[in-house]
Design a protein around this ligand. Sequence first.
Ligand code: ADP
Ligand code: ZN
Length: 729
Amino acid sequence: MQRILDVLKQYWGYDSLRPLQGEAMASVIEGRDSLTVLPTGGGKSLCFQAPAVAMEGMAVVVSPLIALMKDQVDALQANGVAAACINSSLSNSERYAVDAAIRAGALKLLYVTPERLVQPRFIAYLQRFGVSFIAIDEAHCISMWGHDFRPEYRGISVLKEQFPGIAVHAYTATATPQVRNDIIQQLNLDAPDVHVGDFDRPNLNYKVRQRSDRMGQLTAVIDTHPGESGVVYAISRKDVEEIAAALNQRGYRAIAYHAGMGDHDRKTNQEAFLREEVDIIVATVAFGMGIDKSNVRYVVHAAMPKSLEHYQQESGRAGRDGLEADCVLLYSGGDFGLWSRILQNDEGEGSAIAAQKLRDMFDYCGSVACRHATLVQYFGQPWTKAKCGACDVCNGEIETMAGAEEIAQFICRAVQGVEQRFGAQYVAGILAGKADARVHQNGHDDLPEFGKLGSHTQRAVRGWIEQLVAQGYLEKAGEYGVLQLTANGDRVLRGEPDVPVVLTESAPSKRGGKRAAAAAGADWEGVDRELFEALRTLRRETAQAQGKPPYIVFGDRSLRDLARKRPSSAAALLAVHGVGRQKAKDYGETFLAAIMDYCSERGMAMDVGLDAGFEMAAPASARTKPTAKDFAFDLFRSGCSIADVCEQTARAETTVSGYLAEFIEAEGRTDGDPWVDAATVARVYEAVQTVGMEKLKPIHSQLNGEVDYTAIRIAVACIQNASDEAAAG
Ligand code: ADP
Ligand code: ZN
């Protein structure tokens, strides 16, 4: 395990494991078959990647999509891990290079499609080169019970037989027990270790709203995340096109993605999103599998998906970096109807399963129970917390209606009054007092319920009907969604429901809602926002120059940590979250330079919070030793040069010149000798007369950039002391 932790630090720059990663990795290292179920963003890939690096030989990873493979291989290579993929998109020369690496025993991870892995020639080929283990990513694709069954996955059931003695490990985010058992059976796993993670994603803030003004509700969410990446899901291609166009018209940087577009356009648009050339991608379900972009800050569903599995997976694309993100779902009863009609065209054994999944999804929308709790329980896990702190229900954002019970009673009576033969829109019309020809013809304008809710709009009443359906008081039957009373609905009629009826304000409040999850504040603690933005731009430029997506360069978490710790040296850089040796080597110089410029222009402290680490790394006996700064002061006192002090304290020049400025101030020195000569101090003094000494940059410009920041900083300290003296004298 120590070896794994070393590998993790060296290649990934991570200091600790997430829940269950340790257990899952132990199964791999110890060669026992395993199934690991972690929610999206839970860190499944690392469970096989880190052991693959630590173990002898080459691990083979089965993955369903070329895009998914490419993304993972890119990310691994950026971390300095020898990984490659073999698939139909490779050119001959690329293919040749991969083959050579395999023969040389240089590869640690090889990604392949299921179709390829089961070809006898390929199996024989692999067996010659020492396979350490086989990992099956997105393993639910093998199960009919899952939501993404792929027939080609069925073929890999031969692996246990074809690779005798080699452990097979399966990974998925789909946790229902049926799928879990099916995976184990289909893959013929041998007494596998089963690791099922916590399905809650505490950093996601869930909200559900009835859809009233689609664009208004959508832009309200987007506006709380200016310049950040977000995904908007819609059901149809037409909706996707419309929403994307409307967003662009309003000045947002959005792009469309759906299966009706050509491969080329789809790829171009996806890349534009990954590279952050646009902020928003508007997409159908076709988008997302294999998108590892870790810094998606919000996912909005402009319409309801057809199952909670889909919802969990799609909303789960937000906040994979563990930082707070918003998941907002806009729904209407019409979405339910639309999906019902689509599903009715599907035949076969799957259709009953699909209909139930759709119902569960719709129930979730109208429910007034904690969203986190509902999702976790749906995926077969107990919920033990009282309040999640990150959903609309727990945060009290759902405005419940006074007099809900009475409204529910009117609605149920109206349903009874029309003899349970009409749909929601019709019943809503009656209650709102809309006497169209059909109502009149049916004599329903004579019902006692006619116009009973006349002070509300038909749309509002319709919304409450949908909520009653979602909460199980009413049911929709048949093709036309005819409203029927359930047993619970009967109890409402009699005025004795099991639990008090709760209805929410149908027209959602204007605001997009409170922003972000419970832990949000802490994630930005100590982060210099301006520097963060500057580094974000640098990240985009760096990525662009290399033709890579920005999050492959550094994740948001690393970026925040850079803007918090503000490292001044390569050693300090390695203490930043998510920075391993390879990234320090590839990007260190560029980012350190930018941070240094930024900090020296503002005279801002660097290596924040790193002294503690510096000391902790030393043996316990050394803890009472002076800090690097005390040490530097001693050295300055004995007249050491900046370069000498840098070397002796292992600190960067900016940090050391900062120490020197503090030293000069503390000692009250008015001349910069031996660090800055009198002539330079005089020049700086002259510049200060015109531009002041609040900021160093104007002085630098005033002197045409001829005096470096270090010298300016020290000169300013001397001038400050001199003027203090003059004032005192
Ligand atoms: P999954 O495949 O389960 O959806 P990933 O493997 O893509 O999740 O991991 C999600 C994100 O979390 C990635 O950016 C990954 O690098 C990061 N991550 C995984 N494990 C750790 C860890 N132990 N410490 C910090 N970050 C981690
Ligand atoms: Zn909650």
